[in-house]
Design a protein around this ligand. Structure first.
Ligand code: NAX
Length: 332
């Protein structure tokens, strides 16, 4: 069996981590043969709660767990880690826009970027979940200059899963048969969920989702806003933000990075933009990607229609504005 890898989860006493830790510990993310040492980072007032989480991990009796390190000290939490789930941040409450969160959260990601730079393995893969995820990922990467920028990504996989589920529902097919739904841009209500290249896998081959749905009005006026606003809908119903589904998506995202994407399938990742598809350069923009040997590549040359281009410009502009605001907060 492989040597254990060290995996840090920040915000480890919070609600997303509570589900995410199980996925990691169970082998759903890094593989059924990959032992893990869990580093659980949270803030000092949460150490008591974290003790309870550690007890529950022990009580899971999962064979892949080879150690648990609960801590509020970044030099311990990030020490020598191979993979990092950056979940810890202030969650968005009902009625709160993501912009309100920016100032508070961006500072956390500056500090933790510096700590990753100092203590983590240079090969670490970092997935940012805490909002505003794309901009936090940008700041985290900026303050960790000794780690390649391409090792940082922001999670839009929850949006991808939401979009996939909605299309499957509309078509009356099992969700696992739908693939290649794209999320473009920011993990915010400006994101563009795009079904143009989505496929349904059937016994008789691959079918095109837009051809099967054959209704642009539904795709533009229902599908897009329902995915964009799904997070707010969950908050309105649950009075708390998505947690179980966010944890599953964080695992899906890291699994794609760690184990690669299957042939013919792509995954949406918020990654450093090279200006592909007219996106602004040097922001963490969600693109369709393939992954091989832990290196992602933006899927090239997909046709993009005028509807999508207009929406991508809006989300790109928001990301540029968020980045500028975040950079000025970091300089204060
Ligand atoms: P919780 O409030 O349940 O947990 C957050 C945890 O982070 C708390 O235990 C808190 O003490 C800890 N924390 C705060 N500052 C920290 C620091 N400096 N270092 C380490 N830990 C720290 O929130 P939860 O519901 O788990 O959500 C976590 C984050 O995920 C939020 O920012 C939330 O907005 C974001 N989300 C992102 C999603 C995405 O798709 N990218 C979707 C789900 C979620 O809304």
């Amino acid at each position: 069996m492989a040597q254990p890898i060290k995996v840090v989860v920040t915000g480890a006493a919070g609600q997303i981590a509570y589900s995410l830790i199980y996925h990691i510990a169970h082998g759903d993310v890094f593989g059924a043969d990959q032992p893990v040492i869990l580093h659980l980072l949270d803030i000092p007032p949460m150490m008591g709660v974290l003790e309870g989480v550690v007890m529950e991990i022990e009580d899971l009796a999962l064979p892949l767990v080879r150690g648990v390190v609960p801590t509020a000290d970044v030099s311990v939490g990030f020490n020598d880690v191979d993979a990092a789930f950056m979940v810890g941040a202030m969650p968005r409450k009902q009625g709160m826009e993501r912009k309100d969160l920016l100032s508070a959260n961006v500072k956390i990601f500056k500090d933790q970027g510096q700590a990753l730079d100092k203590y983590a393995k240079k090969s670490v893969l970092v997935v940012v979940v805490g909002n505003p995820a794309n901009t936090n990922a940008y700041i985290c990467a900026k303050y960790a200059p000794s780690i390649p920028k391409t090792s940082f990504s922001a999670m839009t996989h929850l949006d991808q899963n939401r979009a996939q589920a909605l299309l499957a529902q509309r078509l009356g097919v099992p969700v696992g048969q739908v693939s290649n739904v794209i999320i473009w841009g920011n993990h915010s209500p400006t994101m563009l969920p795009d079904a143009s290249h989505a496929q349904v896998h059937t016994d008789s081959g691959l079918l095109s989702v837009p051809k099967l749905i054959n209704n642009d009005t539904w795709l533009h006026n229902e599908f897009v806003p329902r995915v964009q606003n799904r997070g707010a809908a969950v908050i309105a119903a649950r009075k708390m933000s998505s947690a179980m589904s966010a944890a599953k998506a964080a695992g899906d995202h890291m699994r794609a990075l760690w184990q690669g994407t299957p042939p013919g399938k792509f995954v949406s990742l918020g990654v450093i933009s090279d200006g592909s598809y007219g996106a602004p350069k040097d922001v963490m923009f969600s693109f369709p990607c393939t992954v091989k040997d832990r290196v992602w590549k933006i899927v090239p040359n997909l046709p993009v229609d005028d509807f999508a281009k207009a929406k991508m410009a809006i989300t790109g502009k928001e990301l540029t504005e968020e980045k500028e605001e975040a950079l000025s907060v970091c300089q204060d």
